[in-house]
Structure formats: C-alpha cells, structure tokens
Ligand binder design. Structure first.
Ligand code: CP
Ligand code: NVA
Length: 333
C-alpha cells in the first residue's frame, strides 16, 4: 500500500484494504493521544486549511491533528484572505502548494477540490463539498467499529435527506466495508442513480446490499446504526426550510423510530444538530414553522444509544491518520 503524496477527495478513490488500514492507523493515533505519547513526526512540515463554508469539528480536527503531528497550520477563510473574491481557488491553491506540504479544502462544488488536487503537487484533503464528506465517513466507521468490533454484516440506516454529502460518503464507505446501507427518506430526496450504480457492485463484491426506501417501517428489526443529518445543508437557500420540513418530518429520528431498530442499535449524527432550541437557526425556524426539534429529538440525541460525541472526537483521529499516511515518505530519513 502506498499513500504517500495521494489526495483524499472521495471514499471511492481508495481500496477496501487502504480504508481498513486508515482506520487501523486512526485507532493507533487515538491510543497514542489518550496515553499522552508524543507523535510529532513532522516538525518541518506545514499545512494550509481552506474553509469556504463554516466549520467547528472539521477545522478543529485538522488543526489539532496538525499540531499533534508537529506541523504548522494556517487557517484561511474568505473573510481573512483573497480566496474566492480577489483570487480564484485554483490560483490560491497553486500559491499555497509552493508554501505548504498539504492543503485541506471545504467548499461547494466537488470540481473545485478536484481541480485543487489537479493543479497542486501536494496532497489535497476534502473537508466537505456539496457532493461528499469523506473524512466524516471515516470517523463514523471508526466509531461503529469501536462499538461493534466487526463492521462486516452490520446494517447502517441513513434517515432523512438521503442525497446529501454525508449520505453519499456513508453509502460508499458501507459498500467498501461490507456494511448493508439503507437510505430511508422521501423520493424527492433520493440518492442519485450515479452514486447508487457506483456503490452497488462494490457492496455486492463485499457481501452487502444498498437499498433505498421511503418507508420508515422498512428499518424495523434491521438497523444496527441509525444515522441522520440536518434537513438543510450548508449553502442551501434558507427559503427551502418550509419544503424540507414538510418532506422530512416523517423521517425525524425519535423514540418510536429508534424502537423499530435493533435493541442494540446506536444513534449517530455528523453534527451540528437541531435537537433543541439552543441555536439561533432553530429558534428562527421555530418562529416560522412552530417545530422545536428537527432531524432528531432531544430525547434520542441525549440518550445512551447516542454516540455523537465519541463520533465527533473520532473525526480528529481519522483526519490525523489521513494526513499522516499521505505525508509520510518511507524513503525520507
Ligand atoms: N461534522 C462536521 O463536518 O462538522 P463541522 O461542520 O463543524 O466541521
Ligand atoms: N450535510 C451537512 C453536513 C455538515 C457536516 C452540510 O453539508 O451542511
């Protein structure tokens, strides 16, 4: 296996063995971190992390992982740099590739991160695009593996906006890991045929299935993991709230939905989440539509089955694994 110099743009770019190796390396890094072992392997390297959309977990995970590996980290967003308004992303990337050893990018079109990778000769890591969120799926599968021990044969149900970036990466990761994937949401928000057609043969090869349903009852007795995400993603127009609430209300993860899953099922969410009225967006939505909880109820979010904060921590360990593997040159002394 050779990761050195490679980009991390989407899950499907990596083989099953490579993804397993990334998870194993993340587990090692998690142990090192918890035991307080020094792992500053790259004292002479620097990375730039570019955010065209807001972030808490992904930004902080790249920063902490970078510092833990001994690297310098520069954060850039459109408000504090020329990026996007005075200089194109492609030009910014080519400048940064002269200065830095690796570049993270979070933004809109997948083509932008693909182009960054094409035009820069250092590893580019995808920190979320409209199409996918591959570092998220890696962290999620570390969480699932830690909890259940074995991945193969489990069933993950993504409930809600099943054509969003997080769902796409989870479908791909499930296919690669031999996990059955159920996309459960309204037909209007069905995953694209393109992604289904790419993932199905991979799942089949690994002994699992990809199914698409609009019927919540189809999850009954099947799901080991119930996963949901916000009903309106970053970059989508606020005017869509009304339409989304109408479409997605039947897919709210609440105690009744959870009781249909296996008794041993866990709840996951990439976060941030609208499970109460403690955010300004949730309060604005509440004023107009009268709802107090959206994609998940507070009861489920705060329940023992919810592993969302372990999941958030695992973002950092898996991102560290991706950066380490793509920056580490075995030939270098
Ligand atoms: N899950 C996730 O990507 O969170 P942030 O948007 O806070 O980075
Ligand atoms: N689907 C969400 C994920 C956030 C981590 C979004 O794109 O906003």
């Amino acid at each position: 296996m050779n990761f050195y110099g490679r980009d991390f743009l989407r899950i499907l770019d990596f083989s099953e063995e490579e993804l397993h190796y990334m998870l194993a390396m993340a587990k090692k890094f998690k142990e090192m971190k918890h035991e307080g072992q020094n792992h500053k392997f790259f004292p002479n390297k620097n990375i730039a992390i570019l955010f065209e959309k807001t972030s808490t977990r992904t930004r902080c995970s790249f920063e902490v992982a970078g510092y833990d590996l001994g690297m310098g980290v520069t954060f850039l967003d459109p408000s504090g740099s020329q990026m996007g308004h005075k200089e194109s992303i492609a030009d910014t990337a080519r400048v940064l590739a002269r200065l830095y050893d690796g570049i993270e990018y979070r933004g809109f079109d997948q083509k932008i991160v693909d182009d960054l990778a094409k035009y820069s000769d250092v590893p580019v890591w995808n920190g979320l695009t409209d199409e996918c969120h591959p570092t998220q799926a890696l962290g999620d599968f570390l969480t699932i593996q830690e909890h259940f021990g074995e991945l193969k044969g489990l069933t993950l149900a993504f409930v809600g906006d099943t054509r969003n970036n997080v769902a796409n990466s989870l479908m791909a990761m499930s296919a690669k890991m031999g996990v059955n994937f159920i996309a459960c949401g309204p037909n209007e928000l069905r995953p694209s045929d393109e992604i289904i057609n790419k993932c199905r043969p991979i799942a089949e090869k690994n002994g699992s299935t990809i199914s698409i349903t609009s019927d919540v009852a189809a999850l009954n007795g099947k799901a080991d993991v119930i996963y949901t995400d916000v009903w309106l993603s970053l970059g989508e127009p606020q005017e869509k709230w009304g339409e989304r609430i109408e479409l997605l209300k039947p897919y709210q993860v609440n105690s009744s939905l959870m009781s249909g899953a296996k008794d041993t099922a866990i709840f996951l969410h990439c976060l941030p989440s609208f499970h109460d009225l403690n955010t300004s967006i949730a309060r604005d939505v509440n004023k107009v539509f009268g709802i107090t909880e959206m994609e998940v109820t507070n009861e489920v979010f705060e329940s023992e089955r919810s592993l969302v904060f372990e999941q958030a921590e695992n973002r950092m360990h898996t991102i560290k694994s991706v950066m380490f593997l793509t920056l580490y040159n075995k030939e270098e002394k």
